[in-house]
Design a protein around this ligand. Structure first.
Ligand code: NAI
Length: 277
């Protein structure tokens, strides 16, 4: 790994996974979170799991390169800081300011799943040093990272980012900063069409998913995946994409009705399927 010291802002579901990935690749990692204890627990668990699954070395050695703290000043000396706090533009702008103050020369990467990297970049003193690194959930098991290139991103940084992602054992794809990047834009449009097909009674949810799993070799059907992501989350994304890319992303009435009924997918026990666990 060419990076020796990496910062991660926000040690929640995604940030903890990102911190784990850089630790396993050999970097020292500083996680800053308003509540750092759960982040430390989550990363410790993930490192132990990786060892059980065959990673070489002792968990204590990996964890000796980790610190989880509350103050962004700990980012001093980091070459890269990945921001993974909640999906709120104003919060991220304020976080970028803190990162730039603590580590003026660091590359700042956002893990945002929908916000414009270009809009975030121009709020910093060095917009050429800002890029999107969109990891997938769960990070340890996901091989893909979208590198999102803002209008201001230095071309040399894109090459560097490709190298970092490869060092993590993941595959980078390079995408222009545009709504939904590549993955959400394509994934959501397929899900919306599948929901419209349920709405029109074309086939059952199970048969529509089987069409894609067995016919097109998708690892999971678009409706089952919508249950995993959460209907409310996908509704929010499709509303945003409809407002930016046009009405082909307009959420179907069935999706709105299900969200209003609290049928959010796995997390609520019911979505297109029922869940007992
Ligand atoms: P989360 O809610 O699990 O974690 C957010 C973390 O940030 C929490 O630990 C919280 O304590 C911390 N935090 C909040 N405000 C903070 C601040 N001002 N300073 C420092 N720490 C702060 O959120 P999650 O799911 O990890 O999402 C983070 C980002 O990743 C979002 O932008 C989201 O859109 C994006 N993302 C999420 C995916 C998912 O499947 N959950 C997938 C890909 C991207």
């Amino acid at each position: 790994m060419t990076l020796s010291r990496v910062g991660v802002l926000g040690g929640g579901r995604m940030g903890a996974g990102i911190a784990h990935a850089f630790l396993m690749a050999g970097a020292s990692v500083v996680v800053v979170d308003i509540n750092p204890d759960p982040a430390l627990e989550r990363i410790t668990r993930d490192v132990e799991k990786s060892i059980e699954r065959g990673a070489t070395g002792a968990a204590a050695d990996y964890l000796s390169r980790l610190s989880c703290v509350t103050s962004a000043s700990a980012f001093e000396g980091c070459e890269l800081v990945v921001e993974a706090i909640p999906e709120n533009f104003d919060m991220k702008v304020s976080a970028f300011k803190d990162i730039a103050e603590a580590a003026p020369h660091a590359v700042i990467a956002s893990n945002t799943s929908s916000l414009s990297i270009s809009d975030l970049a121009v709020t910093t003193p060095h917009p050429e040093n800002v890029i999107g690194l969109h990891f997938f959930n769960p990070v340890p098991a996901s091989k893909l990272v979208e590198i999102v290139v803002a209008e201001t991103t230095a071309p040399a940084l894109v090459d560097k980012a490709r190298g970092w992602v490869s060092d993590l054992g993941k595959t980078p794809i390079v995408v222009k900063d545009s709504p939904g990047f590549a993955s959400s834009r394509l994934g959501v449009v397929i899900a919306l069409e599948a929901i419209r097909m349920v709405e029109e009674g074309v086939a059952s949810a199970e048969d529509i998913d089987n069409a894609m799993v067995l016919g097109y070799k998708f690892p999971v059907g678009p409706l089952a995946l919508t249950d995993i992501v959460g209907l409310d989350v996908r509704l929010g994304i499709s509303e945003y994409l409809a407002s930016t890319l046009g009405e082909r992303f307009e959420p179907p009435a069935l999706m709105r009705e299900m969200v209003a009924r609290g049928e959010l997918g796995r997390k609520s026990g019911k979505g297109f399927y029922e869940y007992s666990d």
